[in-house]
Design a binder for this molecule. Structure first.
Ligand SMILES: [Zn+2]
Length: 174
């Protein structure tokens, strides 16, 4: 039962490691991220501590904060991607069972409903077909009537078909 999804994820894992970005720059990126984090925290600290003191303190603090944030973003991005992929994989594995059961239940339910309501469903279908037929016929008639040339009765002025010999309102010969 669980064979198929596991195989699927294993295949994905192989594909995930192919670019090897994480391995190649792994340690360097991690150091960069950590340095970034230190600068980030130092920046905040400097900003807070020097906030009320000089003008340069908060400025340098903000600069450190910004540079630290960027470095952290670059340095930790492979890690974040990796962890994110792992979390995603776990969630999907966890959810796939639920989804499978859910769809199975839904299919069974659907089957049951169809089985139980076979007669009324077929009746409904034929009723729908009849309604459709009526609608189509009515529409066709209306379109035909709309396309037909008309004239007005000599006697009463009612709108009648151009080719009718007698008025269908007053019966006067045209
Ligand atoms: Zn008439």
């Amino acid at each position: 039962m669980r064979n198929k999804p596991d195989e699927f994820y294993e295949e994905q894992d192989v594909q995930d490691t192919k670019p090897n970005k994480g391995k190649k720059f792994g340690v360097g990126m991690l150091i960069l991220g950590i340095v970034g984090a230190i600068l980030f925290i130092a920046g905040i600290a400097l900003f807070v501590i020097a906030g009320t003191g000089s003008m340069a303190g908060p400025l340098v603090g903000m600069l450190l904060f910004g540079v630290g944030a960027v470095l952290m973003g670059i340095g930790f991005s492979p890690l974040v991607t990796k962890v994110g992929a792992k979390i995603n994989k776990g969630t999907m594995e966890y959810a796939s069972e639920d989804l499978k059961n859910m769809s199975k239940t839904a299919i069974n339910l659907n089957k049951d409903i169809q089985e139980e309501n076979k007669d009324s469903l077929s009746q409904m279908a034929s009723t729908m077909a009849e309604i459709n037929q009526t609608a189509v016929t009515t529409t066709a008639r209306a379109v035909k009537k709309g396309l037909k040339d008309t004239k007005f009765c000599k006697e009463c002025g009612a709108q009648i078909d151009a080719d009718s010999k007698f008025c269908n309102n007053c019966g006067t010969k045209q």
